[in-house]
Design a binder for this molecule. Structure first.
Ligand SMILES: C[S@@+](CC[C@H](N)C(=O)[O-])C[C@H]1O[C@@H](n2cnc3c(N)ncnc32)[C@H](O)[C@@H]1O
Length: 174
């Protein structure tokens, strides 16, 4: 497994509001097992999936589960919002694992990187675009003021089409 030195970066510490979990959840097989590798018990993914009949396995660097050092659990999907500073490394490992995945990421410049371009050229990739922009939460669980970028789910093996679109319903709760 890749040796990646964990470094705390403030820009990685933005959290997903629960309404952003629903568009991906409706594309999953009911009752499936989902690994959320960048999540604690407080994560909207863990709460929304668990309350909707999925079995969730989760872990986070702060609770000692480094995604790059953890063996892949027996699961059907890998879904989360990953640390953006490690986007390439996360995608590389996900493709190497080979299970269906969906990662909520900043779509700006997603094809700019040569490394990612090559990955997407060789492997199956799907984009689930969301509107309006997702307002991530800060560590105090407050919605971030102003939403500077467009994000969506970068998936493989989950969406039927390579480009899909969903409106977000900000009223949807955990
Ligand atoms: C963008 S945040 C999203 C958190 C959560 N998934 C959510 O959607 O609310 C990414 C999180 O991954 C954590 N993280 C960073 N490197 C990690 C690693 N190697 N393994 C597991 N978690 C990591 C960060 O500390 C951060 O809290």
């Amino acid at each position: 497994m890749a040796q990646i030195q964990y470094q705390f970066r403030k820009r990685d510490e933005y959290f997903t509001p629960s309404y952003a979990v629903y568009p991906i959840m409706k594309r999953l097989r009911p009752g499936a097992v989902i690994w959320c590798p960048f999540d604690t018990a407080d994560s909207a993914y863990v709460k929304v999936f668990s309350r909707n009949g999925f079995r969730v396995i989760y872990g986070h660097i702060q609770t000692g589960q480094d995604f790059f050092q953890t063996d892949t659990p027996d699961c059907d999907y890998i879904i989360s919002n990953p640390p953006y500073s490690l986007k390439n490394e996360v995608l590389e490992r996900l493709y190497a694992i080979g299970k269906p995945f969906a990662m909520l990421i900043n779509f700006q410049g997603i094809f700019d990187s040569q490394k990612r371009f090559q990955m997407f050229k060789e492997r199956r990739v799907e984009m689930l675009w969301l509107s309006p922009r997702v307002a991530y939460m800060t560590e105090g669980r407050q919605p971030r003021q102003g939403v500077p970028f467009q994000s969506g789910y970068l998936c493989s093996g989950i969406c039927e089409n390579q480009l899909e679109f969903e409106y977000l319903d900000r009223q949807e709760k955990e």
